[in-house]
Write a protein that binds this ligand. Structure first.
Ligand SMILES: [Zn+2]
Length: 83
């Protein structure tokens, strides 16, 4: 049975493919920030992407996909530099 409209309730955490950390090979974790943005952070070394904001529910998945794409391209800021 099909339903009309866009499914906004897909499981983002399962749908989106996140590569391992470009710096340490750790696990990249998708995190939602204040319900209006996404970023990806390495569970091991804390490196992270910029935050990709969304304003409408329809844009939520796309913003998460963008964060994942940026992470997978290696556009990640290394944390702890200079310490
Ligand atoms: Zn890492």
């Amino acid at each position: 049975m099909k339903t009309e409209g866009v499914n906004l309730d897909i499981d983002i955490y399962k749908e989106i493919k996140i590569d391992s950390c470009p710096f340490c090979g750790g696990t990249g974790v998708l995190e939602e920030e204040n319900g209006n943005g996404w970023y990806i952070i390495c569970a091991d070394c804390g490196s992270q992407t910029a935050t990709f904001d969304f304003k409408k529910a329809e844009d939520r998945v796309e913003a998460a996909e963008t964060a994942a794409r940026i992470w997978n391209m290696g556009k990640v800021s290394k944390m702890g530099a200079g310490e």
